[in-house]
Design a protein around this ligand. Structure first.
Ligand SMILES: [Fe+2]
Length: 344
């Protein structure tokens, strides 16, 4: 196996390759470094089999979509990733291969609902922002959950052999790697802490928000790169009322307006859509405001695949003075899990 961190900066991207087979994958590629990635691949004569993100990043623009456009590589994302155009969706236990190198996928939610860890070559694990070297990723963005993060770390990552090398998504202190054993013993956030203690610590971090969170989340969630949309602040996302699928089901056929903000291909795709819902992709919301104005005083329920893009849409509408906007919690994925009816 050929393995290399490619950025040499606080934000990490990892190349996993089989030089003999000429096959490669890049995990968490960063848009500003695309030229470097293409040069490294060309230098080693590698074909990029796939790219993947460990989660929806809030601090940098992902290069996955751009690399797909430039090289034809496949994009793999978590089942709950809000990214609309992906080639495969990853679930817990999935196995990927790069030439002869094995990669096992773990769902490790907490930092975000779509956080994944990649266990590579049975000797190292890419942990994204779930566990960092002597730290853990914040869990206070929309959809973050400190309790789930504790479970992901203690019940999944800490069950790997102690000598497993940990490569995190970030490091702010110049470290490059650790091991599961070291973090289990000495990570100040989690070593020896109960679940309750961990949640208490995470609830009281009071971290500032990344400067570019609006711009970055917007593009990473939706591929929408349109400055007419003012992306809501995290606090505004957290204020959106999340409605359980059962409650939304009771609203079908009522006076409530249901707006689906996915892409057209998703609306008519395998998950289908809610009966009576209107399709307005997230990027088209600004252009549709005149139409929506007639429903300004009605209850408006936003829907998407996993509930992330629609929470954004709900917060945008709230910011524009729509009072009764709600979000279908868990999106079409959870709707399906309940076995509720869809149209295609
Ligand atoms: Fe992150």
């Amino acid at each position: 196996m050929f393995f290399q961190e490619l950025n040499n900066e606080q934000c990490k991207s990892y190349l996993v390759a089989d030089l003999k087979a000429g096959a490669a994958a890049i995990i968490d590629p960063v848009e500003r470094n695309i030229d470097r990635y293409l040069a490294v691949l060309a230098y080693h004569n590698l074909k990029l089999d796939f790219v993947a993100d460990t989660h929806t990043h809030a601090d940098h623009r992902s290069a996955c979509t751009a690399l797909r456009r430039l090289t034809g590589t496949k994009v793999f994302m978590h089942e709950r990733s809000p990214q609309p155009s992906v080639d495969g969706r990853l679930n817990d236990g999935d196995e990927l291969n790069v030439g002869s190198v094995s990669i096992k996928v773990f769902e490790t939610p907490g930092h975000t609902p779509d956080s994944l860890s990649f266990y590579i070559n049975k000797d190292r694990v890419l942990t994204g922002d779930v566990i960092l070297i002597q730290g853990t990723g914040r869990a206070d963005f929309a959809g973050g959950d400190a309790g789930a993060q504790y479970d992901s770390i203690t019940e999944k990552l800490f069950t790997l052999p102690d000598e497993t090398i940990v490569f995190p998504g970030h490091d702010y202190r110049g470290n490059t790697e650790s091991t599961i054993g070291t973090e289990k013993e000495t990570n100040p956030r989690i070593a020896g802490k109960t679940r309750e203690e961990y949640i208490e610590i995470m609830d009281n971090l009071n971290l500032p928000l990344p400067e570019r969170i609006q711009e970055v989340l917007q593009i990473n969630q939706s591929e929408v790169d349109d400055d007419r949309i003012k992306f809501p602040m995290v606090a505004e996302l957290n204020q959106v009322l999340q409605m359980e699928p059962e409650t939304v089901k009771e609203k079908l056929g009522s006076d409530s307006v249901i707006i689906d903000v996915r892409e057209k291909s998703e609306y008519h795709g395998e998950l289908g859509h809610l009966q009576g819902s209107r399709l307005i992709p997230l990027a088209e919301i600004p252009a549709s405001l005149d139409d929506l104005d007639a429903d300004r005083d009605k209850e408006i329920i936003l829907v998407c695949r996993s509930g992330a893009r629609s929470t954004t849409a709900a917060a945008i509408l709230k910011g524009l003075g729509f009072q009764k906007v709600k979000n279908l919690k868990g999106g079409m994925l959870d709707w399906h899990k309940k076995g509720f009816p869809v149209e295609k």
